[in-house]
Design a protein around this ligand. Structure first.
Ligand SMILES: Cc1cc2nc3c(=O)[nH]c(=O)nc-3n(C[C@H](O)[C@H](O)[C@H](O)COP(=O)(O)OP(=O)(O)OC[C@H]3O[C@@H](n4cnc5c(N)ncnc54)[C@H](O)[C@@H]3O)c2cc1C
Length: 410
């Protein structure tokens, strides 16, 4: 057993971990990131939001990401059995980037991790956090790797371990989400679609012809492959039988327009399933630790919000932590949790509205005022922390329901 000490120990080298590590290393702190997997590694979550570009820029990573030639993305198209609603991020109400990318996460996350290293963070792969003790003057964090068991004594711990939810599990902070359990079945395909058959610059969200709570994604990549998945309630998924591959194609059959689009598609990786991914925590921070990204909360895949929230949480935490490490008093609730939750609450309201049907009514309403459509577009582009937009923050749910009522009666 050996001991190492750094200013900050980050658990996990996904987007939250790499962005936090870079932002703190840039400010001159010593940062050690411990990552369980060997990179590159597969991860779901491949469609980014335009707002994430600002966070990549803050962390000095935009040029590296652009250099990878990922699929350019400028919006989303919703297809409800042949009825279309298209949002181009250029039409959003908020200022800022109006484009982003659709990224195989193995490459994207490796790019971000390399950028964090270039900026001074140390990353050790194939190193898993197995225990923590926050009772002493400094945290004691135990890791296991080929180097053996090590105990690290940083000044502060950022948990960016995603669905691993390391600190929530070890500290008993894990809580169930208020959303009912849903699941996704997904893979990557060589889509073999004809040029122009659909807009590769947008995520395609398809809605089941008779059950609006069942939906699909197609996220095209720049190499002719695409990520394809179907989301439904656990009961809906359980009603199918056969191998994962058979159930995946059955799920596609249930949305005929999707099946037609992917008539010549071939899977290029094993079909995966994630069930019951929504989760939350009792608190976002504590003495000597804060929880970032999915380690804190995951809502739902429908608005591709996960990576953007992960990066935003890293940005807010890095700013607060830098001040604390310089000896200033930090109000973690006021400087980290509350500002982060403002945007998370926006997405929470939009996810709830998606599944109760009110948001779908707004999205497909043909006579929407342009000003309002721009505000909705802004949220879909990830600008959920824009306090100028009435459809953000704690009021988002109430205002969205009122808007949906107007769409019903007009
Ligand atoms: C079906 C589905 C579809 C999705 N689609 C999208 C999408 O289109 N767009 C989007 O933005 N988001 C999407 N998401 C969400 C997205 O996957 C996550 O929100 C995002 O990856 C969170 O980033 P993160 O940095 O918090 O965690 P992660 O990216 O999960 O990174 C966490 C890292 O921590 C490591 N780790 C875990 N435990 C430990 C440990 N004990 N010790 C050391 N390391 C550890 C893991 O190996 C991993 O590399 C989707 C999610 C699901 C379930």
């Amino acid at each position: 057993m050996s001991e190492t000490a750094s200013d900050v120990l980050v658990i996990g080298a996904g987007p939250a971990g790499s962005i936090a590590a870079a932002l703190l290393a840039r400010r001159g702190f010593s940062v050690l990131v411990l990552e369980r997997e060997k990179f590159p590694r597969f991860s779901i979550g491949e469609s980014l939001l335009a707002c994430s570009m600002e966070l990549l820029e803050e962390a000095g990573m935009v040029d590296a990401v652009i250099a990878r030639n990922f699929q350019f993305k400028n919006g989303a198209v919703f297809d409800r059995d042949g009825e279309f609603s298209e949002f181009n991020f250029a039409h959003k109400s908020a200022p800022g980037y109006s484009f982003t990318f659709q990224v195989p996460r193995a490459e994207f996350d490796s790019t971000l991790a390399a950028e964090a290293q270039r900026q001074g963070a140390e990353i050790r792969f194939e190193t898993e956090i197995t225990a923590v003790d926050f009772s002493g003057a400094r945290p004691a964090v135990t890791s296991r790797s080929a180097r053996g068991i090590e105990v690290h004594e940083p000044r502060f711990v950022l948990d960016a371990s995603g669905f691993g939810r390391t600190l929530p599990k070890l500290l008993g902070l894990d809580r169930p989400s208020a959303f009912p359990p849903r699941g996704a079945i997904f893979t990557h395909v060589r889509d073999n679609t004809m040029a122009g058959a659909f807009d590769r610059q947008k995520i395609r969200i398809g809605i089941h012809p008779t059950d609006p709570a069942v939906w699909s994604w197609v996220i095209p990549f720049s190499n002719g492959h695409a990520s394809v998945g179907v989301v439904a309630s656990v009961e809906h998924h359980n009603s199918r039988s056969g191998s994962a591959e058979e159930r995946f194609w059955q799920a596609l059959e249930a949305e005929p327009r999707l099946r037609a689009l992917l008539a010549r598609a071939e899977t290029v990786r094993p079909v995966g399933e994630i069930i019951g991914y929504a989760a939350t925590v009792a608190q976002l921070h504590g003495r000597h630790f804060a929880l970032l990204g999915n380690a804190a909360e995951f809502l739902d895949p429908v608005f591709s919000s996960g990576v953007t929230i992960a990066m935003k949480s890293a940005s807010l935490a890095a700013a607060a932590l830098a001040r604390q490490l310089h000896g200033e008093n930090v109000d973690w609730q006021g400087e980290f949790a509350e500002p982060l939750n403002y945007g998370v609450e926006t997405f929470r309201a939009f996810v709830a509205g998606w599944y109760d049907g009110s948001l779908q009514r707004v999205i497909f309403f043909p006579r929407q005022q342009e000003k309002i459509r721009r505000m909705i577009c802004s949220v879909l582009a990830g600008y959920v922390w824009d306090r100028e937009n009435p459809y953000t923050g704690p009021q988002a749910g109430r205002r969205l329901r009122a808007l949906a009522e107007l769409c019903r009666t007009n």
